[in-house]
Design a protein around this ligand. Sequence first.
Ligand SMILES: Cc1ncc(COP(=O)(O)O)c(C=O)c1O
Length: 384
Amino acid sequence: MIYFDQAASSHPKPPVVGEAMLYALNEIGANPGRGSHKLAKEAAGIITKTRKTASRIFGCSDPKKVLFYQNATAALNQAIKGLRWSKGDHVIATTFEHNSIRRPLESINKQYGVSVTYVPWNGDESEFLKQIGNSIRTETRLIAVTHASNVTGAVTPVEQIASVANQSDIPILVDASQTAGHKTLHMRNMGIDMMALPGHKGLLGPQGTGMLMIEGDIDLHPLNHGGTGSYSENPGQPSQWPERLESGTLNTPGIAGLHAAMQSYETRNIGNVPRETILSQTVLQGLKQIEGITCYGPDVQDERMPIVAFNVLNIPSQEIAMVLDSHYDIAVRAGLHCSPLTHETLNTTNRGVVRASFSMYNTEEEAEQFLQAIQEVTESYNLV
Ligand SMILES: Cc1ncc(COP(=O)(O)O)c(C=O)c1O
């Protein structure tokens, strides 16, 4: 199997990830922060060191403001719904948002009457920043942006958006689901107030892990209330971080795997263009040589995340994905990728696009086999 669906969930993982998870599961097992015996302390140690590692890697000043959730979606929901909203408040987002931002925004629109402006992003940075600036109103309470499109791999100029947001004293929430693990991220240096990311995509960690990191003194109210293993006499949720936003037993084996994944990420050479990005450029270049292929998103020389989006002739994307899976043993993702706004922008709502996405474990040989398969599939449709 050639696995080119890394933007959905990465596979395989560095072996240390599974090893750390098995150790936590089989040798520790206890509940972190819920007891003073040795195993509970060891479990708590895993959680604490993972917060510290994440805060170091992602430039979040306070490790206690590294919060664990089961995925990026839960982290984004906590960030968005945890703010205190009033009727008439306003949010700025982009037309590239995944439903994990769009749906929580639509939900606060319904619940509180918060309005949302979706600013289009077509690669023209100065026009985009101008439109964001022009969209700011006195009622604007949040700018929520994806750092990279999960459909095309296009990267948004987050630092510049943060600077616009900071000038107007508006907090910025960044969805780093498609950049974490592929691109250096440092909240403090980039001026980001809240950042959500999954463990299971570019970081090569396990499913069931995601983080929300908070910089500065943003106050969020919890979406869940319950046991924290601390201040049990208090009927209200503790005000301390991270307990105020983390109720119930954490996913210790998953977090152990996430820690191993982040350590492995730190040892990779993140200063250079990652191998998976080079692979995506090779695939894009190859696809552009095939007659009948339409490619979407940044051009070969432009910055991109390791994602390539395309269509074959006028064939529905789902059909191409099915042929690749059944005849060539190649896994890609087709359809709308939980991001209908992006497809409206690309004019691909009717048939979606085929998305191939890469990790450092994919190879040049796989890229060649993939291009050969697309060439054959396109020719076979041309014959019909
Ligand atoms: C840009 C973006 N945001 C959010 C998500 C949601 O991530 P998760 O499945 O970890 O909740 C995804 C997943 O595809 C994504 O690509």
